[in-house]
Design a protein around this ligand. Structure first.
Ligand code: 13P
Length: 251
């Protein structure tokens, strides 16, 4: 059985004061025991979040790491080893906002994935198609290329200690959600691609859905057989809404 994971990607949001407020709300949540819960604040607030969530069973992760695993001369970057030192458990790699706005390539994403794992972090590999790609019927092709780039570099065994998040770009921050059936189709394809190389790794791999997940649509999405939780953007900035999504994953 795969333990569902719900991770809140705070993106580039927050101030010390708003982070403290959000954590106060998170601390008050009754969270289902069967669900792993994580928050991914901006790097600047990692220490504050780790400190203020102390004793609450919510893991902390980062939104990105450097391609270089160890600290060194690389201005402006944060190494996976430093994230590990800051008590991070997860790190997102290949979020579409980074692929599209910052031009991150599949090769860079694979290096970040490897850097994360080499420092004991669990990478959450983000994949997903644009609206144009969906309309051109290329969804499975695009997702398979993004996933395949990491499998090719690191071998499918790397996915025994990683998470995949399917996030259709057109559903991110738009209020448009993939239907449970649309998401399930892609999730099943992701699992099949991994299973083609290693059935056991595929069975244990958690594949999260992300893109305008709210409490109101979470139950239906999480009810699909290959959806193992969610990667939540906007709704994770509201503690009560995030809590309701976590509870939906426990159903
Ligand atoms: P929204 O939930 O705001 O659509 O963001 C999804 C996302 O990009 C999470 O990584």
């Amino acid at each position: 059985m795969r333990r569902p994971l719900v991770a809140g990607n705070w993106k580039m949001h927050g101030t010390r004061a708003s982070v403290a407020e959000l954590i106060k709300g998170l601390r008050q949540l009754a969270l289902p025991a069967g669900v792993e819960v994580a928050v991914l604040p901006p790097c600047l607030y990692l220490q504050q979040v780790v400190h203020e969530l102390h004793g609450k069973s919510i893991a902390v992760g980062a939104q990105n790491c450097s391609v270089e695993p160890m600290q060194g001369a690389l201005t402006g970057e944060v190494a996976a080893s430093q994230l590990h030192d800051a008590e991070c458990v997860f790190v997102l790699v290949g979020h579409s906002e980074r692929r599209m706005v910052l031009g991150e390539t599949d090769q860079q994403v694979a290096r970040k994935f490897e850097a994360a794992q080499s420092c004991g972090l669990q990478p959450i590999l983000c994949v997903g198609e644009t609206l144009q790609e969906r309309e051109a019927g290329e969804t499975l092709l695009v997702v398979s290329r993004q996933l395949g780039a990491v499998i090719e570099e690191l071998g499918v065994g790397a996915f025994a200690r990683a998470v995949v998040a399917y996030e259709p770009v057109w559903a991110i921050g738009t209020g448009l959600t993939a239907t449970p059936q649309q998401a399930q189709e892609v999730h099943a394809a992701i699992r099949a691609q991994v299973a083609a190389e290693n059935a056991e790794v595929a069975r244990g791999l958690r594949v999260l859905y992300g893109g305008s997940v709210k409490a109101a649509n979470a139950v239906e999405l999480f009810g699909m057989s290959d959806i193992d939780g969610g990667l939540i953007g906007g709704a994770s900035l509201n503690a009560d809404e995030f809590g309701a999504i976590c509870r939906a994953a426990g159903n």
